[in-house]
Design a protein around this ligand. Sequence first.
Ligand code: FPP
Length: 258
Amino acid sequence: MTAGPTPGRTTLDGIAPDKLPRHVAIIMDGNGRWAQAQGLRRTAGHDRGAGTIRNITTECARLHLEQLTLYAFSIENWKRPRAEIQYLMRLLRKFLIDERPTLEENDVRLTAIGRLDDLPSSARKELDRTMELSAGNRGLNLCLALGYGGRTEIVDAARKLAARVAAGELAPEDIDEAAISANLYQPGRDPDLLVRTAGELRVSNFLLWQISYSELYVTQACWPDFTVEELHGALRSFATRTRKYGGLVDAPEAAVRR
Ligand code: FPP
């Protein structure tokens, strides 16, 4: 017998809450292509993409998912033309201010991962303020990856551990998977589901350590066209997966770090 929905808990039609992912990560790609297809500037795609973040966050909160991690600005994105970077940073600042009431309304806590010190001070200030204002919210954790690189995150974790070894606080043989996980930017549950929009079949340096056993879902839809129905498609696909973690049966306790 399959578990029925928990009374009072919102879920997707026909899908038991325990079949939904608890942590969804998304590579939001295709803003530029979306804009180009409409005969618009790339920046129009980013504007529209910010609206998609609001819709998808609200739906993830409504479905009581625990975490939504969004690849909002990669460490490689610093290589983009200066004007586009400036536009994205201004948009980020505006987004962080504009979203405060929606975060509040939906009990969403905003957090961030990445080399946040590399952000312009105006964006960093609003990021810190929004994180502070939403820190008491107990629903969805909306985690923005900003100036983020998966390899850099592992390097930064290695440096933290190396410093503890150098200080005599930790023995090299005590460094294990749990120690590395605990020293990532935001230790916690690994993504159950990794979604990528706009069709590319690569992970682009996103959450390299954490996605070892994530289920993958790629859609052709560009991020500005990623609707709530598209999200439901990804969640429904996830609900059909059998997670074996290299074993023979579902055994999340064997491989999922918390
Ligand atoms: C990829 O589109 C998207 C990004 C550069 C990151 C996501 C950015 C947004 C959704 C804009 C709003 C974000 C915040 C947090 C305010 P692309 O430019 O790589 O598209 P392309 O591959 O089609 O060129």
